[in-house]
Design a protein around this ligand. Structure first.
Ligand SMILES: C[S@@+](CC[C@H](N)C(=O)[O-])C[C@H]1O[C@@H](n2cnc3c(N)ncnc32)[C@H](O)[C@@H]1O
Length: 476
């Protein structure tokens, strides 16, 4: 078999720990599949890389659905597993994490205690629908000669495996009824305006994206509507249309009282991103979410966990896992801090919290949130963790507990030896990617006397393969 050839009628076996799907070919080679496969479905695959022992592939077609799938819901990118029974989803996730840890076990037989890994039962989501506090819709055409389809106004989501196509949706199962009703009104308004949707290839057209954010605990809604501002040649026409949009939103806000903030995004960006030059046309600059009795302002560009209810659960588990008696009133290093959420929940039990985050916007939000919550013992560091640790250690500064919540790629290899120099009694590692979690743990475990106390998976994103894992490491 050669690159770009199609492998036909392949049965998907399982999700493996680096987020890829696994299957076997009759020629004895292993097949890795990128993208949203479902175990036990039969698929055709295109070979995108060929190696001695394996193929890297992408799905081109589903030949037979998996027995664990139903036809209940329309699939969209934020919920590729929506047709898999929730208990089955949990089994797949649980298995994926265990497989990752057993992979270390095989690689590192010299770590004897791995035999007694303490996997706590996965914490399932209480709310498996309507859990997202943010969703983004796109406007686009749908033209497919192969499918003999030509639709000139679509609003919805990118088609699975075909990013260049947008499928039309009237609602989304992961946001609540009110957000769906607002989406439908905006979509109908756009459709009946007879202005064309934006076409990224030709850079023509008007309507581009719509973002709706709704806080879970405080029920505040932010809307960001994005359009191609260069569409207009005539200045007067431009002003008239923008005024019409503003009038429409003024009416919409009277009808949906939870709408707190409305932005227009004048978006002449060539890339497919929703936020460009922003104008706040109604309401407040930010919406405010409340987690664990702390308030968090969320601006149009702020990073915030997309499942508020389960973010609260995750953070409270992290706090519960901390052995306060080992570091009470000590120094907490909160690495990869985002908007400082985890740092803030450690502030009242620490002398000082150093929160390190490389994205300036997120750091600024974090700093403002700390002020808003009258937290005074947090130190804001807008730097890469790798650069921060070097300087911090050179200054002979110490730490009493490490909290690490890196992005999917895990920690930079240069940071791992630095972590060990602190010799803290406990490390809490929060991860959204079992593969890099295990890779980083392998280094820590081989080069120190840390031992895994417990492993807790938390399902924050039902209907996707994403899973958060908290690992508590203690020095023995
Ligand atoms: C998984 S998020 C964690 C956010 C935060 N703990 C929370 O729950 O809100 C990872 C964060 O690490 C930041 N980041 C990624 N690479 C980094 C690096 N090398 N140094 C510092 N921060 C980094 C990202 O911008 C992101 O905010």
């Amino acid at each position: 078999m050669k690159k770009w050839e199609i492998l036909e009628n392949i049965e998907v076996e399982k999700l493996v720990f680096w987020g890829k799907w696994f299957a076997r070919h009759s020629d004895g080679k292993v097949i890795f599949i990128t993208g949203g496969a479902i175990p036990w479905s039969m698929v055709n695959l295109r070979i995108i890389k060929k190696r001695k022992d394996f193929y890297e592939t992408q799905i081109t077609e589903i030949i037979k659905k998996s027995p664990i799938e139903t036809w209940k819901y329309a699939i969209f990118p934020w919920a590729p597993w929506i047709n898999i029974d929730y208990q089955e989803q949990l089994k797949i996730k649980d298995n994926q994490i265990k497989e990752a840890f057993f992979h270390i076990l095989k690689l590192s037989p010299e770590i004897p205690w791995t035999k007694w890994l303490n996997f706590l039962p996965i914490v399932w989501a209480e709310n498996i629908f309507w859990y997202r506090n943010k969703i983004e819709f796109s406007f686009w055409k749908y033209i497919s000669h192969r499918e003999k389809r030509e639709e000139h106004f679509n609003a919805g989501f990118h088609k699975q495996w075909e990013f260049s196509k947008i499928l039309d949706y009237d609602s989304c199962d992961l946001i609540d009824d009110e957000s769906n009703a607002i989406y439908k009104e905006i979509k109908d308004f756009a459709k009946t305006s007879w202005l064309p949707v934006y076409d990224q290839k030709t850079q023509e057209g008007f309507w581009r994206h719509l973002i709706i954010r709704k806080t879970y605990f405080t029920e505040q809604i932010m809307i960001i509507l994005s359009f191609y501002d260069n569409f207009f040649e005539d200045k007067k026409e431009r002003e008239d249309i923008i005024q019409k949009i503003k009038n429409f939103f003024a009416e919409l806000q009277k009808k949906y009282l939870h709408i707190s903030s409305i932005y227009l995004s004048y978006n002449n960006n060539k890339a497919d991103i929703a936020i460009d030059r922003l104008e706040l046309i109604n309401g407040k600059e930010v919406i405010t979410e409340k987690l664990l009795n702390l308030e968090f302002d969320i601006g149009p560009k702020s990073f915030f966990q997309t499942n508020s209810l389960w973010a609260e659960k995750l953070y409270s588990l992290v706090r519960d896992f901390a052995k306060k008696e080992l570091y009470q009133n000590g120094i907490t290093l909160d690495l990869y801090a985002g908007t400082w959420t985890i740092g803030m929940i450690f502030a009242d039990i620490s002398k000082e919290v150093y929160s390190v985050e490389m994205v300036e916007e997120a750091s600024k939000n974090g700093e403002e949130n700390a002020k808003k919550n009258e937290i005074q013992n947090m130190i804001f560091i807008n730097k890469k963790v790798e650069d921060f640790l070097d300087a911090y250690i050179n200054d002979w500064k110490k730490a009493d507990i490490l909290i690490i919540d890196p992005p999917r790629a895990g920690m930079h290899p240069s940071t791992l030896p630095h972590l060990l120099t602190f010799n803290t009694k406990q490390i809490l590692y929060v991860s959204c990617n079992p593969a890099t979690l295990v890779r980083d743990l392998e280094y820590i475990l081989k080069n120190s006397s840390y031992k895994i106390e417990k492993i807790q998976a938390v399902d924050m994103f039902p209907h996707t393969h994403h899973i958060e894992t908290i690992v508590s490491l203690l020095q023995v």
